[in-house]
Design a protein around this ligand. Structure first.
Ligand SMILES: NC(=O)c1ccc[n+]([C@@H]2O[C@H](COP(=O)([O-])OP(=O)(O)OC[C@H]3O[C@@H](n4cnc5c(N)ncnc54)[C@H](OP(=O)(O)O)[C@@H]3O)[C@@H](O)[C@H]2O)c1
Length: 237
């Protein structure tokens, strides 16, 4: 089927990593892309110049600012919620404020952003949230709270798919395994352990996630909703 062009596509957390790959792919497909960032102003400005997308500094942990920014976009054809943090470590010593901030960014923000975007979203719109294979499987210590946030994404995706399905709006999660980004570098200290859990032992490229997001946002994926689309090299197999 043909790609719908000139949709308004909003990427939350688009300045680096998977988010930047999403911005590049959707902009290259002819969409009108707006992306948010929190701290990486230089990277965001460079990406905006490169792609023609619009960069907005909006902290996903600031609920009021996030909702206002989404409302200001008018009808959004595709919402991609990518912004996320990973706070890993010994739960007895992790800073509880850091855990709560992660919950704000990884759980509260996707929910409120999806609901706000749905208000004005045209029929057959798309909501995609980047979850994680760790929502299904956490085969190492120190990931309980992170895994909890990504399991929470699963519940919101299933429920919101029911809520917005009558309008033809699909709501899905993409659940990556290890992706080579600043959050999880392919040459990082945990890389070997990560690869040992996988059927195909290498980091995933951010483009491999973004290509699939483009498909899920296309008319061909009209009947994929309420689902977790796992791209993890067999991490959860
Ligand atoms: N990399 C992996 O192995 C992996 C695996 C599974 C799932 N994921 C998920 O994929 C998503 C992206 O991960 P990544 O690896 O690309 O991470 P990353 O390299 O750390 O990039 C994170 C992106 O999110 C933005 N962001 C973070 N906190 C934000 C906030 N409060 N408000 C607005 N934007 C914010 C960052 O913007 P600034 O730099 O401007 O702050 C940056 O653009 C996350 O949800 C993560 O949990 C990653």
């Amino acid at each position: 089927m043909t790609q719908t062009t000139h949709r308004k596509v909003v990427v939350l957390g688009g300045s680096r990593g998977i988010g930047a790959a999403l911005v590049r792919k959707f902009a290259a497909a002819g969409d009108n892309v707006v992306f948010t960032y929190a701290g990486s102003a230089d990277a965001a400005a460079a990406l905006a110049t490169e792609t023609g997308a619009t960069a907005l500094q909006v902290d996903s942990a600031d609920r009021a600012a996030l909702i206002a920014a989404i409302a200001a976009q008018g009808p959004i054809g595709v919402l991609l919620v990518n912004a996320g943090t990973a706070v890993l470590g010994e739960p007895l010593t992790l800073d509880p404020d850091a855990i709560d901030h992660m919950i704000d960014v990884n759980v509260r923000a996707p929910y409120h952003a999806a609901v706000e975007a749905a208000r004005a979203m045209p029929d057959h719109g798309r909501i995609l949230i980047i979850g994680s294979t760790n929502g299904d499987r956490i085969p190492f210590a120190g990931g309980a709270a992170y895994a909890m946030t990504k399991s929470a994404v699963q519940g919101m995706v299933r429920g919101l798919a029911r809520d917005f399905g009558p309008r033809g709006i699909t709501v899905n999660a993409i659940q990556p395994g290890p992706v080579d980004t600043d959050m999880n570098p392919a040459e990082g200290p945990m890389a070997g352990q990560m690869h040992s859990f996988m059927a195909i032992g290498r980091h995933i490229h951010a483009d491999e996630i973004a290509d699939y997001a483009v498909f899920l946002a296309s008319p061909s994926a009209a009947m994929i909703t309420g689902s977790m689309q796992t791209i993890d090299g067999g991490f959860g197999a």
